[in-house]
Every structure is written in C-alpha cells, then in structure tokens.
Design a protein around this ligand. Structure first.
Ligand code: HEC
Ligand code: HEC
Length: 377
C-alpha cells in the first residue's frame, strides 16, 4: 500500500501529465490525441471541444489552484463518475470562469480558479487582519530607487563567462552524473546521461524498475517501472525536456527565444540578488530566467504549460555550482510545482566519456520486466 502511494507520488512529481493513465495501453493513448475531449472521455459536459490531451493538464491546473488532489473531486479509477458534489461544483465554476472572462475581460483569460482560490478549496472573501503592522507597498520609493538594468545580451554574455566561456564549454561533449533524488523524506538513486548537442536521459532507480525521462535529440519519452510501455511526451513536456537537454545552454539560450525582456527581481534567491530575464516566443507562454547578479550564473528558471483553464508553472532552481574540466556545472537542482517538489544532488560527475547514442532511444518493446515479487512491508 505504502509503495503504491509512493510510486503515485513519484509519477505525479516527475511527470507533468501522466497521472490519469492508470491502465496500460498497448499503443499511443487516445487521451494523448488532439481529438475533441468528449469523443475520448466518457462524461465531458463543459469542456466540450477541448483537445483530449488538454484535459489532464487542465485538471492539474484545477488541483494546483485549489491545493487538492484528484480524489477531492473524483472517485478513484472512475473519473467519469459525478458522485462527488465537489466535481459538480467544479463544473459550475469552470462555466463561471468562462463567463467572467467573456463578460468582463473581452474573452481574455484574466480570471482563473487561482484568482479566487489561491491554493484553498474554500476561498476567503473577507480581508485578513495582519499580525502586527500591515505591510504596505511603497510605490514611489521603489520607483526612485530603481537602478539602470543591464541588457539581455549583457546578462547572457556574463552567464557564458561565468560558466567558463564558450571555448571551455565546447570542449565538453558528454556528461555522466550520479546522485540522489529526494522527495521529502524519500530518497532514491538517480543517473543522468547527457550528450551534445541535445540528448539527455535521467533514470530514477526505484525498487520496481527505472522511472525514465529522456530526450533522444528530437523527441521526448517517458519510461515507467512495471509493465506499462514507454510513452511519447506531450507537446509541453517535449518543450520542457528539450530545454533541459540543451547541452550548451549558456551559449544556446540567445537563440532559443525571439524576444527578451529584462526585469528587476523583487526577491532574492538563495540569499543572493538576482536579475530576471523573460524569454518569449510568439504564441507560447514566456519563460523566466533568474541570474545571480554577482556571479552571473543561472539560478532559477520558471516555465509555464498552457491549459484551457490557466497556466501550470514549473520552477527549477540550480545550485551548488562546481568547476570541473574548466566549466561550472550545477551539482544540485530542485524542481518545484505547486503540489510537489524534488531535489537532485549529484555526487559523482564525469565528462567526455563515451556514451552510446542508443542509450537515449525509446525502447521499441516494453523495457521493464514484470513486477518483482517483493513482499509488501
Ligand atoms: C475541483 C474538482 C476537480 C479536481 C480536483 C480534478 N478534477 Fe478531473 N474533472 C472535474 C470535472 C468538473 C470534470 C468534468 C469536466 C466536464 O464536464 O467538462 C473532470 C473530468 C475529468 C476527466 C474526464 C473523465 C471522463 O471520462 O469524462 C479526467 C480524466 C479527469 N477529470 C482527471 C483528473 C485528474 C487526473 C485530476 C488530478 C490531477 C483531476 N481530474 C482533478 C473536476 C476535477
Ligand atoms: C470568482 C471567484 C472564483 C473563481 C474564479 C473560482 N471559484 Fe471556486 N469557489 C469560489 C467560492 C467563493 C467558493 C465557496 C463557495 C461556498 O462556500 O459556498 C468556491 C467553491 C468551489 C468549490 C467547492 C469547494 C468545497 O470545499 O466544497 C470547488 C470544487 C471550486 N470552487 C472549484 C473551482 C474551480 C475548478 C475553478 C476554476 C475553473 C474555480 N472554482 C474558480 C470562488 C471562485
């Protein structure tokens, strides 16, 4: 029982959109298709016309906004059932969100579940009395103190210099990392292989087999422990892993976005002042990148996956930069979503070792062996 819950958590945290795929499918799941949701699912009433592959991401947006898990509204294993009052209310709420935006914001998605719910299923309608003296914004003071911002080019060039320079970067063509991945009190071994220009595979060793996320240079795939066959990634998952797999990220960043904006960052990250760079491509949600003001290193990225109801954010913090073979590499990263996070800590890192291209390819047949017969503890 414990194990099931744990694996469920691993799946939820590691993967953006896989938790609904409880049954094993031989081929690509219809849930991953762009067909209208009502043709693929059993009981779609208000999200009719939404592509099927947007349903689970939309559900994650709802769960993120209310701070609840799927079971808050769904009967386990029967998402189509309307037994829970909360699911029926949620349906009304989806219609309400659409109406608010249509009637007040020219159809722009300004108000979402999160606007009211803020991580609670029971939104507060009465202003809160703060402990002690309430904080008030000081707009005038802030404006006066605003320092001149560097340009995007300056920030990106400083980043390249900070990691050791373009020439040093190019001398490295592969990387093998071993370490641990922790989710709260749980810890597992993890291995990451990467190869220039953009191949990457990370394997989390679970007692039942490997949890794999990989990018073969063109497309991403996900491998599960147990009998389920590996599956192709969805569009937003592909974009995310494509970014992570970019081997020469510091020099490639410039080419990855059509437009950059520089913004001051209000908060410190890891106790350091940071600069914020927003990278945008037409028709896509932007990506926020935060650089340590002093060292110039990338310390945080925030990306967004669009869903019909709102955007799901993913934040990655990069820390523990160490020099090896003339380049600086983060030995630690923390991936955080509204409902979970994990941290990878690298213990051992080797570069320029031969890594076979085959390692990154999706296995044709189910790779994982049958569930080992380990007695439940
Ligand atoms: C706050 C309530 C709520 C939460 C939390 C929620 N859902 Fe839903 N879910 C709904 C509603 C409402 C519908 C029906 C939408 C419609 O009628 O268009 C739905 C429909 C679905 C469907 C389609 C089922 C079918 O066959 O008709 C799936 C699949 C689904 N949800 C998965 C999930 C998953 C996975 C999670 C957790 C990440 C989740 N839901 C969290 C309210 C919720
Ligand atoms: C304009 C503000 C607003 C927006 C937007 C909004 N809600 Fe709500 N929601 C409320 C309020 C207020 C309540 C509590 C009503 C009550 O107490 O009777 C509520 C209650 C709920 C409940 C019942 C919770 C429970 O504990 O029974 C669910 C489920 C819910 N909302 C889902 C959603 C979803 C899903 C969205 C986005 C599609 C959403 N809401 C958007 C204001 C909002």
């Amino acid at each position: 029982m414990k194990r099931t819950v744990f694996h469920f958590t691993v799946a939820i945290i590691l993967l953006a959109a896989s938790s609904s795929r409880a049954q094993s499918h031989a081929g690509p799941s219809p849930e991953d298709s762009a067909s209208p949701a009502e043709q693929v699912f059993k009981n779609i009433q208000v999200l009719k016309g939404t592509p099927a592959n947007q349903i689970v991401p939309s559900m994650q947006f709802i769960a993120n906004s209310l701070g609840v898990e799927c079971g808050f509204c769904h009967v386990r294993g029967a998402n189509e059932k309307d037994d829970k009052k909360t699911k029926q209310t949620a349906r009304q709420m989806i219609q309400m969100q659409m109406a608010i935006n249509r009637d007040n914001f020219k159809g722009e998605r300004e108000v979402t579940c999160f606007s009211c719910h803020r991580g609670s299923h029971d939104p507060v309608g009465v202003p809160i009395i703060a402990e002690g003296e309430p904080k008030r914004p000081e707009p005038e003071k802030e404006e006066a103190a605003a320092p001149a911002l560097p340009t995007a080019d300056e920030i990106l060039n400083k980043y390249v210099q900070a990691v050791g320079g373009a020439a040093a970067l190019e001398k490295i063509t592969s990387r093998v990392e071993k370490g641990t991945i922790s989710f709260g009190p749980q810890q597992l071994q993890v291995e990451v292989l990467a190869k220039a220009p953009n191949k990457r595979i990370s394997m989390v060793h679970t007692p039942n087999g490997d949890n794999i996320t990989a990018f073969d240079g063109h497309a991403g795939w996900i491998g599960n422990p147990g009998p389920r066959p590996p599956r192709d990634m969805s569009e937003p998952e592909n974009e995310a892993i494509g970014f992570d797999a970019t081997f020469y990220l510091p020099t490639e960043l410039k080419k990855m976005f059509a437009q950059f904006r520089v913004r001051p960052a209000a908060e410190k990250i890891g106790g350091h002042d940071v600069m914020q760079l927003i990278g945008a491509n037409p028709g896509k949600p932007p990506m926020r990148l935060f650089f340590d003001k002093e060292s110039g290193l990338l310390v945080r990225s925030i990306r967004y996956a669009d869903t019909p109801l709102g955007r799901n954010p993913t934040q990655v913090d990069y820390a523990d930069y160490r020099s090896q073979d003339g380049v600086k590499i983060p030995f630690q990263w923390t991936l955080a979503r509204p409902l979970g996070r994990f941290t990878v800590q690298i213990a051992e890192l080797q570069q320029n070792v031969p890594v076979d291209d085959k390692k990154f390819e999706k296995p044709a047949a189910p790779a994982a062996p049958a569930e080992p017969k380990v007695p439940a503890k």
